[in-house]
Write a protein that binds this ligand. Structure first.
Ligand code: ADP
Ligand code: MG
Length: 632
């Protein structure tokens, strides 16, 4: 009794505070999709047609590998290359830019921001998407409504990593519903969920559809009960349309083709089995019967009783003052930047284990380096070792900052890719927030290391020299971090972990090229090559910080016989660094930091939406690969 009285109440929990959006009916004609894989091109969708209407919940069914995800990718605009045919919205040819503002795509695997709770994720997403002209109170109401609608109350304060499969899926849906998209695509939302979770999920989707939205989801094997919930069913078999119509129409349709569905059998299973050829080759007949999706005959089958409930609900939803084309609910770049900073900050401080690990490792590394070079800073007989100390600092700065980025950024990119595709934020605010949020931490860790090694290795304790040394080290660390971003923005974890160190080695070697040769400069080619290595400037900067004039002579301990580098000037000359200017090195390092960040931004942008040059590079790459595989 309680349950049935709670049900309508929840059903009425429509989204009162959200902007109304105009309905979008989606149609496609003669949609063909071809991929070139190696030297074979493969047709995945074969001239299919169809129409998905606003207010309806549509299911795309089909055996695995039939092309469901491909169809969704193309309809959502996630994949554009290789597709031909006409896609229309409300009868007009689709304008992809405009359409991307209206549609959201929830992919099969849920990628969620780790370490933040459901409530926080929802609040952050609301702040990101809704902008400041929606008041805080109103945002809270919107979040509450959606959390209620998707039954996430119980998990409100659970961290997203600890959510169950069903909850994760519902959270992904909830996050995308925040600014009331008129079109929602979902790829296999029920796969991996148990019966109860999937039917909750589907009935919610139906309620969302009834709010005047076009909801399209692909399904693998729905139960009979689940299947009956759908308003519209689209069956893909081998890249063609084997049925389009109501769920109730499936059995009569198959009967007409002399394929009677056994009474006790699930019609969804039956049509999938038939279309995967288990009962003989009937696919051609099915495709012909629905004219590859062109025929609307079965779309009206048994639709009368559906309509009554539907019109009632839609009318109720539309009474809240319709504002047409209200797309102003987006936040500005500055707002996005601030929210993203907050999100990144939260994630950083929540990751306590990692923070402690890094602190411990920096202390450990600092202790080892300090032990190896103890007291060598002002020892004239060990000046060469002190040069080694500077080099060790540069390498420590390189690896301690670059490696964590190489490991974490590739998976972060996948997450950004989705959020960016679903228009959560622009790339500029994101990149700015990324840089701003990680810089203090890098400085902090570098300082831990430096505060151990600098005094213990007896470097000059003069304030300007200390500051110069620290500044150069931090700049090298920041450039290395950005280099990590550049490398990992377009590569997978494995490839970045390979490329990163391999690229660093020549940079390290170049930075010490020609050292010990005295003031005689190396050949021009090597000088040019050397000037590409930011570590060279780092090394010069450190040497200038420690030994730059006016520095007193070094100490020669009584027990040593041979004390070559008592004179600092002589030492610097032997190292080939007498012409070095600290400020010039500082300037070049800053410029390099800027350029590296620019490169990182550019590559990330290309990763998210490649421009023509990058597409051309990919095509050429594929061409070369094809030729190579032909040669084998
Ligand atoms: P599903 O219906 O299971 O979602 P998909 O749409 O993912 O199927 O894939 C349909 C078919 O297209 C599969 O046989 C798959 O192997 C193939 N396919 C998809 N993308 C590519 C690609 N980029 N290269 C080669 N084959 C592909
Ligand atoms: Mg799929």
């Amino acid at each position: 009794m309680e349950v049935s009285s709670a049900q309508p109440a929840l059903g009425r929990a429509h989204l009162s505070h959200l902007p109304q959006r105009p309905p979008v009916n989606l149609g496609f004609q003669d949609l063909t999709y071809t991929v070139t894989d190696g030297h074979i091109s493969k047709i995945i969708l074969r001239g299919i047609n169809g129409e998905f209407r606003s207010g309806q919940l549509t299911a795309i069914l089909g055996p695995s590998g039939a092309g469901k995800s491909t169809l969704l990718n193309i309809l959502a605009g996630y994949r554009v290359n290789g597709a031909s045919g006409l896609i229309t919205t409300n009868g007009e040819p689709r304008d992809l830019r405009q359409f991307r503002k209206l549609s959201r795509y929830i992919m099969q695997e849920d990628l969620l921001q780790p370490l933040i709770t459901v409530q926080e994720a929802m609040t952050l997403a609301a702040d990101l998407k809704l902008g400041s002209d929606v008041t805080k109170g109103k945002k809270a109401v919107i979040v509450d409504e959606i959390v209620q609608l998707l039954r996430l109350d119980k998990a409100r304060h659970t961290c997203s990593e600890k959510l169950s499969g069903g909850e994760r899926k519902r959270l992904s849906v909830a996050l995308e519903l925040l600014n009331n998209p008129p079109v929602v695509f979902l790829d296999e939302p029920t796969t991996g969920l148990d019966d109860v979770a999937s039917s909750t999920c589907v009935s919610l989707l139906k309620r969302i559809a009834r709010g005047g939205r076009t909801v399209v989801c692909s399904l693998h094997t729905p139960s009979a009960r689940l299947f009956a919930v759908f308003d519209h069913v689209y069956v893909v078999a081998d890249g063609r349309c084997a049925y389009q119509g109501t769920a109730a129409g499936v059995v009569p349709f198959l009967k007409e083709l002399h394929l009677p569905c056994p009474k006790t059998y699930n019609p969804a299973d039956f049509i999938i089995e038939v279309s995967s050829g288990e009962y003989g080759s009937h696919v051609d007949r099915m495709v012909n019967a629905v004219e590859n999706g062109r025929s609307q005959k079965w779309s009206v089958f048994g639709v009368e009783q559906q309509y009554e409930e539907m019109e009632m609900e839609i009318e109720q939803l539309n009474t809240g003052g319709v504002q047409k084309h209200n797309f102003k609910y987006e936040s500005t770049a500055v707002e996005q930047f601030l929210v993203l900073c907050r999100r990144m900050f939260l994630q950083t401080i929540r990751n306590t284990e990692y923070l402690w690990l890094r602190i411990i490792l920096h202390v450990f590394l600092g202790s080892i380096v300090a032990a190896m070079f103890t007291g060598m800073g002002n020892d004239g007989s060990k000046a060469l070792f002190n040069f080694g100390f500077c080099f060790a600092c540069i390498i420590a700065m390189l690896y301690t900052t670059m490696m964590p980025i190489l490991l974490s950024f590739p998976s972060e990119v996948l997450l950004i890719k989705r959020e960016y595709f679903n228009r959560w934020y622009g790339l500029k605010p994101y990149y700015a927030a990324l840089i701003i949020s990680r810089t203090p931490l890098t400085i902090f860790f570098s300082l831990i290391y430096l505060s151990i090694v600098y005094p213990l290795t007896a470097q000059p304790l003069e304030f300007p020299r200390v500051m110069m040394f620290i500044t150069i080290c931090i700049l090298v660390a920041l450039i290395s971090e950005s280099m990590g971003t550049v490398i990992s923005s377009s590569l997978s974890v494995v490839n970045s972990m390979f490329v990163g160190p391999v690229v660093s080695v020549p940079l390290m070697l170049l930075s010490v090229y020609g050292i010990g040769n005295g003031d005689e400069p190396p050949p021009l080619v090597w000088r040019l090559a050397r000037s590409c290595s930011y570590m060279r400037y780092g090394l010069e900067g450190l040497m200038a910080a420690i030994y730059g004039p006016p520095r007193d002579d070094l100490i020669c301990p009584d027990d040593v016989q041979f004390c070559e580098f008592k004179s600092v000037r002589y030492f610097v000359k032997v190292m080939g660094m007498s012409g070095v200017s600290f400020w010039l090195d500082l300037g070049v390092l800053m410029l390099m930091l800027f350029m590296m960040n620019l490169a990182g931004y550019y590559l990330l942008r290309q990763r998210l939406s490649p421009n023509y040059a990058f597409r051309a590079i990919r095509v050429i790459g594929r061409f070369i690969k094809t030729k190579m595989s032909l040669a084998h």
